[in-house]
Ligand binder design. Sequence first.
Ligand code: NDP
Length: 465
Amino acid sequence: MAHEFDLLVIGAGSGGVRCARIAAGHGARVAVVESRHWGGTCVNLGCVPKKLMVQASEYGDMVEDSHAFGWTSTRGTHDWAKLIAAKDKEITRLNGIYVSMLEKAGITLLTGHARFEDAHTVRIEPSPLAPDEQPFTVKARHIVIATGSTPVKPDIPGAEFAITSDEAFHLPTRPQRVVIVGSGYIGLEFAGIFAGLGSEVDLVYRQDLPLRGFDEDMRAAMKEAITARGITQHSHASPTHIRKEGSGYSVTLDNGQTLEADCVFFATGRRPKIDSLGLETTKVETADNGRIKVNSKRETTQPGIYAIGDVTDHLNLTPVAIAEGHNLADRLSGKETPRSWSLRTTPKAVFFSPPLATVGLTEEEATHHGAVDVYFTRFTPMRHTLSGRTDRKTVMKLVVDQASQKVVGAHVLGDDAAEMMQGIAVAVTAGLRKVDFDRTVGIHPTSAEELVTLRTRTRETPAIN
Ligand code: NDP
């Protein structure tokens, strides 16, 4: 069968773009089709704008803290429209970089919505990025689905009044009272953003502690950090309905409480984006939550079609999608030693203020493999001994497998935790032992040095049989 391309990538997000560029670098004829934004979720409606907004939200407290260091500056007011415009300008610049990067790699850029006609044929239809384009078809030997994910809302009365992260990046004004539902990554990151910029934030979540799935000590520490940021928490609670009231909303919780808000924000997870992909014309199988089923080689159940990133609902993080895309492109190009990553020790960060970063196992997960030694510390970072914000604690924890003495988990809540964790992730990925941490000289004075000076075991936790 004649194919115009060796590889067609559907979706120009982080994973798709990496896959396309690596394959083109190996000499393949590659096309990428994108329906909405060059750069995908991370660049347009995720990591990048989020981080800029987190940074924006931290200046107010920093100005106040500077008084203790001799400055006389005043906090002033925040101009939301100016922040959004500056953030949008930067994203437009990045969109341009993505396009020129793909063009320079000799990749054909296609705009429109991709719909399978069969396992090797895709019809490209008009989409927001190309509303006036005529439909056309493309044939490729290999097709990679890298369409990402989209936010979901709970199915409750009034859900249509609530926004998700997609809309939060473009609100015309900053809401003064925000109710955020969900205490995962997005809930906490936006709670921190709005609180830092001066909004009153109510955070509603179903569990006792935020961040289900993270280490229990760190979840407890995060709960304290959220309170220290001035956010009101409603644990063991879920919304049952939302009503519009005047220019605002009232949110009724299942504990009987009612919260008033100018904005209700659902940060209640994301689902794989497979809408209108025409998968029914192929043998690609999906699971109940819409995730495309793949094996460890990212092959779907249809030979010739692959899937990477959030659409497979594996580890929904940008660097993971990039790793999957790179590895797949190497393999499709017949490279003998495709580049691989240790996804088992993928570090993660929640960009709250302060951030929480982690690599490896939680204490509980580690105990499923054997008894563990736990090293734990909690202290006021140097900056806040002067600023007076003594409720802004730094918390660190190392989880050490007792038998091998390998550090199998590291967890930090505190300023610069994400920056610290990248280096610690190398050590944990390399399987280094506690003694290797102990013989590493600290950098003084830093918070990070505590990670190599944790001498006394806090406790020993037996294995769970
Ligand atoms: P998460 O899965 O992290 O958190 C979802 C939250 O919503 C949980 O608190 C969950 O509660 C709650 N929830 C789910 N359904 C309901 C419901 N029906 N009613 C009430 N609460 C509900 O999802 P996010 O949307 O925060 O983020 C999506 C993914 O995006 C993340 O998993 C992560 O992979 C990625 N991401 C990564 C970031 C980073 O690396 N910094 C930043 C942002 C996103 P419960 O725990 O009780 O189920």
